[in-house]
Ligand binder design. Structure first.
Ligand code: PMP
Length: 372
């Protein structure tokens, strides 16, 4: 029965991690996968997470099913965190939300929901370059994936002219994927003025924003600043939107799969209907989302003291990444590396996009491979 089943190459990022693990060099570093590690190359358990874990365990940890839409106190707090007070008080009744399987599951769930909306087109505009999984997630749901040039590889900065051209020419009611902050992989975001132009153009041209918010807190160490674009679109420009939030990176809960998908709709009735569709979609794939990570995240988001500790944790991660960028930049100068490397210290978020051509990456790597 399986004679016609094809063999699909392994996911490029995970294949690189496997290569890294099998390398016997004592001085290796994994520059591929986006996970934060400490100076010793070890995963970092955030102090806020460690404290929340203690509290969850002390509360008598049971392993019952969560509701289909997830842990209510987690998903409401996640939406409140993104929209911000006081705006949340007036927007909350128009929000349909569901816990989801981290950022990937949130994108999949939001896109599945959008697919059911007859007033939206199944065409999705995706920046190029982007997170490698976007095309797979949306393509697997039957969306027509269209790319637009996001990055000017010559000038190593945002290609805003191409962005604008896409917004002016995309078919009304199609979807645009927006990295809410800390663009993966370029570390290059629109300025506040550019975000405003993007939002106003999208509103005027009836384009639907789908925010991928996988790195809130990673630009500035502060959720309020990093949620700027989402808040601008929803609170100020009064737009409908889909928002897909991941707590993998900003809480270091990678493997617990903690995320939340929410849709901001026009009115409370639409929100109730939309949430009922989210619930139906979730039932068919996940049934009940995982509880443990949501309990940890919910405990942090609903407690002022833990929120403050978490803020400090995000500042710790951001500051260290900044220092490493600076150190890399300085070493490139010390070693007379040809070219201009200022883009490395201008970028923000988890990624440092060197912008090296593929053949140079392979040339640099080849002499240092060990044990294979
Ligand atoms: N969106 C972007 C832009 C990402 O970089 C990632 C992870 N690298 C995700 C979504 C999904 O992450 P996760 O499913 O682990 O939350």
């Amino acid at each position: 029965f399986f004679s016609s089943t094809p063999r699909i190459p392994k996911d490029a990022i995970f294949a690189l991690t496997a290569q890294y693990k099998s390398d016997s060099s004592p001085i290796k570093v994994n520059l591929g996968q986006g996970t934060y590690q400490d100076d010793a190359g070890q995963p970092w358990i955030l102090p806020a997470v460690a404290e929340a874990r203690r509290r969850v365990q002390n509360r008598k940890l049971v392993h019952e099913y969560l509701p289909i839409l997830g842990l209510p106190e987690f998903r409401h707090a996640a939406c409140r965190m993104v929209i911000g007070q006081p705006a949340f008080d007036s927007v909350s009744s128009r929000i349909a939300s569901s816990q989801a399987l981290s950022g990937t599951g949130s994108l999949h769930l939001a896109a599945s929901l959008i697919k059911t909306c007859s007033s939206l087109k199944p065409t999705i505009w995706i920046p190029e370059p982007t997170w490698s999984n976007h095309h797979l997630v949306f393509g697997s749901l039957g969306f027509k994936c269209r790319s637009f040039p996001y990055y000017d590889f010559e000038r190593k900065s945002l290609d805003f002219d191409s962005y604008r051209t896409m917004l002016q020419s995309a078919e009304p009611k199609s979807i645009v994927v927006l990295h809410a902050c800390a663009h993966n992989p370029t570390g290059c975001d629109p300025t506040k003025e550019q975000w405003r132009e993007i939002g106003e153009t999208m509103k005027q041209r009836q384009l639907f924003p789908l925010f991928d918010a996988a790195y809130l807190g990673f630009n500035s160490g502060n959720i309020d600043d990093d949620a700027y674009a989402i808040r601008l679109f929803v609170n100020e420009l009064d737009m409908e939107a889909a928002v897909c939030v991941s707590f993998a990176k900003n809480m270091g809960l990678y493997g617990e799969r903690v995320g939340c998908s929410f849709l901001v709709t026009r009115n409370a009735d639409f929100a109730v209907n939309t949430e009922s569709v989210l619930e139906r979609l979730q039932r068919s794939v996940v049934s009940n989302p995982p509880a443990y990570g949501a309990k940890i995240a919910g405990t942090i988001l609903n407690d002022d003291k833990l929120r403050n500790i978490w803020n400090d944790d995000m500042v710790t991660m951001c500051s260290r990444i900044k220092e490493m960028r600076q150190a890399l930049y300085e070493q490139l100068l010390v070693n007379d590396a040809p070219g201009d490397w200022t883009h490395i210290i201008k970028q923000s978020g988890m990624f440092s996009f060197l912008g090296l051509p593929l053949e140079i990456v392979i040339k640099l790597r080849a002499p240092h491979l060990h044990g294979r």
